[in-house]
Design a protein around this ligand. Sequence first.
Ligand SMILES: C[S@@+](CC[C@H](N)C(=O)[O-])C[C@H]1O[C@@H](n2cnc3c(N)ncnc32)[C@H](O)[C@@H]1O
Length: 356
Amino acid sequence: MPRSPHPRSSQPQRPRRQGDHRARQPAHEYVLEALPGLEEVAAAELATVPLARDIRGLRFWYPGEPERLTRLRGAVAVYRVRAWDVPRPRGLLGHQQLGELAAFLEEAVRLGGHRSFRLAAAGRESSVMARLADELQTALNLPFDPEEGELLIRLRPQEDGPGWEVLARITPRPLSARAWRVCNLGGGLNATVAFALHRLAGQRDEDRIFNPMSGSGTLLVERTLMGPSAAMVGVDLDPRAVECARANLQAAGRDVEVAQVDALHTGLPARSFDLIVSDLPWGDAIGDHRANAALYPAFLTEMHRLCSRQGRLVVLTHEIRLFERLLHEQTGWHARELFQVYSGGHHPKAYLLGKT
Ligand SMILES: C[S@@+](CC[C@H](N)C(=O)[O-])C[C@H]1O[C@@H](n2cnc3c(N)ncnc32)[C@H](O)[C@@H]1O
């Protein structure tokens, strides 16, 4: 087999100025994975990463510490990428390519401490993939676990070339699996979606924030990690949810009040909050559709009372028909759709409401 050229990603993208500290570390190419619908949120966050350059969508070159990338909150995964000039995956089994591939993956394992690996590719059941798994098992000295493997290795044809590229997720778990989550509840929100809701709701230090129906506290924890606010409180009817949110907040090292109170009967004065953000019961894992038909209009009325004149209400829901009908019927709110995301088998929509 002819010797294949060096993988593209090993070539520096731009000449560096002498004395530039960035020249000390080679740049690597990375790609972020976002939940479908949240690509722009992930891209906006990527734009704030110092040293990230040659950004094309969610792909970029980066010479800095990879640990910085593992702190991104709007993406679900970050992969290091490298391309090989081979016409099909079988080419990766060549002696030289396999050596390069193993070195590339070993570097990812050195960064992430993965204890097993898996392969994701079209035709992952094929004999070529089975051979690749065998070879990598030996080369990496890691067990192959096709379902739960921590080092997720994706193989796909190059978008802008004739070869194949390999993506290695640099963290053993998705970025959305936050370290603060010590308590999980059915219906818990993906932390990446919570981050996106707050980013698009606008982040203001002077906001008094209310999270009715706070569940396991995802929206509370994500907001408190983003920066200060004037006040923040969460409520939930379910005592297990209240305990769960408190445990997660404690694990995050944050002091936020969470009370077991009916969000519709808090007894709080009118206009107590500048930002109300809620992931309402969707009528499947949590609540039911008939109950939601009564809950949603009552919620909109009470939140209108609690929201300050210039305040914002952000709602995430899978009860899209019900919610949009109510927005038509209820005066007092103007609304704008923020995004529709695909997460956990659902397609909920997020809305930003203001008082008319
Ligand atoms: C979709 S879950 C919220 C999930 C949450 N965002 C999380 O990440 O875990 C909805 C929550 O609303 C709560 N809930 C339903 N009706 C309520 C009410 N009237 N007042 C307060 N909480 C309520 C339920 O107990 C449930 O925890």
